[in-house]
Design a binder for this molecule. Structure first.
Ligand SMILES: O=P(O)(O)OC[C@@H](O)[C@@H](O)c1c[nH]c2ccccc12
Length: 272
């Protein structure tokens, strides 16, 4: 089993156990369930500069511990203040050290920033969970779902007024899984078998993604040059975790990157 298969197998059993334990759970009664969701796609489309989606990430299978004791409400509020257009908070505990509580604390601290519940979605049940946590966006990873599952989960997400980010690694996944109920396409630069990141993956797929979908480049992003180059190739969103989280003040690291990006894009447009 590769790591993704391991994660998905664990997730399926976790979801099955939650369903049994919370048999009578009525998500719709949760206060956040009926909260109007915010549009990440819209926020990214509106931004004339590269839009950063900042990720709260404590650990990962590839890097081990990145920042175990960070406080989600503090770090994410700093991300928002620094100019992030969206936030991503991991809720997988087993492999990424995230929790529902991390998400809830970040949600409360950022009422107006679109938030992605970052987890491995394999069952409709998790969409209800996401909605009751106050998420705006969910992630569907093509590498761990069938095209039929992507379609069904995406449709259900839209019924719940959640936006859908479809994550792909190659043209084949894109061809098979892109469907009407997808709002944004994320190209993951991380090869899930070797864990190495290769931002050329985003460049290679840029042309293949129809312009009706907001394009997001994910993982391994750290320098302004790469981001600006991808921006020129049509990417509007940049999902960044480790580069920020590994520093002692993640929000300052974001602010720094955001400032250099804004300066470069302002410069460019004033010469056009
Ligand atoms: O920390 P990085 O290299 O900046 O990557 C962030 C994000 O792209 C990465 O955490 C990620 C992308 N897709 C995922 C799916 C599940 C868990 C995590 C991820």
């Amino acid at each position: 089993m590769n790591i993704l298969e391991k994660i998905v197998a664990h997730k399926r059993s976790e979801v099955a156990a939650s369903k049994v334990a919370k048999h009578q759970r009525d998500f719709e009664k949760d206060t956040l369930f009926s909260r109007p969701t915010l549009s990440l796609a819209h926020a990214l489309r509106q931004t004339p500069a590269p839009g950063i989606i900042a990720e709260f990430k404590r650990q990962s299978p590839s890097k081990g511990i990145i920042n175990a004791h960070a406080r989600p409400e503090v770090v994410t509020a700093g991300f928002t203040a620094g100019g992030a257009k969206g936030l991503s908070v991991l809720t997988d505990t087993e492999f990424f050290g995230g929790t529902f509580d991390d998400f809830s604390k970040a949600r409360a601290a950022n009422p107006h920033t679109p938030m992605l519940r970052k987890d491995f979605m394999v069952d409709e049940y998790q969409l209800f969970e996401a909605k009751s946590l106050g998420a705006d966006v969910i992630l569907l990873i093509a590498a761990c779902l069938s095209p039929q599952e992507v379609q069904t989960l995406a449709r259900k997400a839209h019924e719940l007024k959640l936006e859908v980010l479809l994550e792909v690694h190659n043209a084949e996944e894109l061809r098979e899984c892109l469907c009407e109920d997808v709002d944004m396409v994320g190209v993951n630069n991380r090869n899930l078998k070797t864990f190495s990141t290769f931002t050329e993956t985003s460049l290679e797929l840029a042309e293949t993604i129809p312009d009706t979908f907001v394009k997001i480049s994910e993982s391994g992003l750290k320098d302004t040059e790469t981001i600006l180059n991808l921006f020129q190739h049509g990417y509007q969103g940049f999902l960044i975790g480790e580069t920020f989280m590994k520093t002692s003040d993640p929000a300052v690291a974001l602010e720094h990157l955001q400032n250099t990006l804004s300066l470069s894009t302002n410069h460019k447009s004033s010469f056009v």
